[in-house]
Write a protein that binds this ligand. Structure first.
Ligand code: FES
Length: 105
């Protein structure tokens, strides 16, 4: 699925991330700076914070754990904040657009 990563400096990278991956892993695999993913996707580090600008389909609900971590992110939490490791990539997710926060740690 096509995922667009926008950096705060305006740099835009469009990647084809395979279904079964996550928005976090797609960034790490392709060397996108701005997503750290320190815990490897276990949902405990909050260094994979993104702002979701556009999603073609509803995203999974924010569970309690993700909600608590989003209160501890380095950059401010916004209504469209998500942990990118908690966003599974599916074929239907094609054209997802996320903006990376200024800081992760
Ligand atoms: Fe650690 Fe997402 S990679 S919470």
């Amino acid at each position: 699925a096509t995922v667009t990563y926008r950096k705060p400096d305006g740099t835009v990278t469009v990647l084809d991330v395979p279904a079964g991956s996550t928005v976090m892993r797609g960034a790490l695999t392709n060397g996108i700076e701005g997503i750290e993913g320190e815990c490897g996707g276990d949902g405990i580090c909050a260094t994979c914070h993104v702002y979701v600008d556009h999603s073609p389909v509803p995203l999974p609900e924010i569970d309690e754990n993700e909600g608590e971590l989003l209160d501890c992110t380095s950059s401010p939490r916004k209504p469209n904040s998500r942990l990118s490791c908690q966003l599974p990539v599916t074929e239907e997710l094609d054209s997802l657009v996320v903006t990376l926060p200024a800081t992760q740690v």
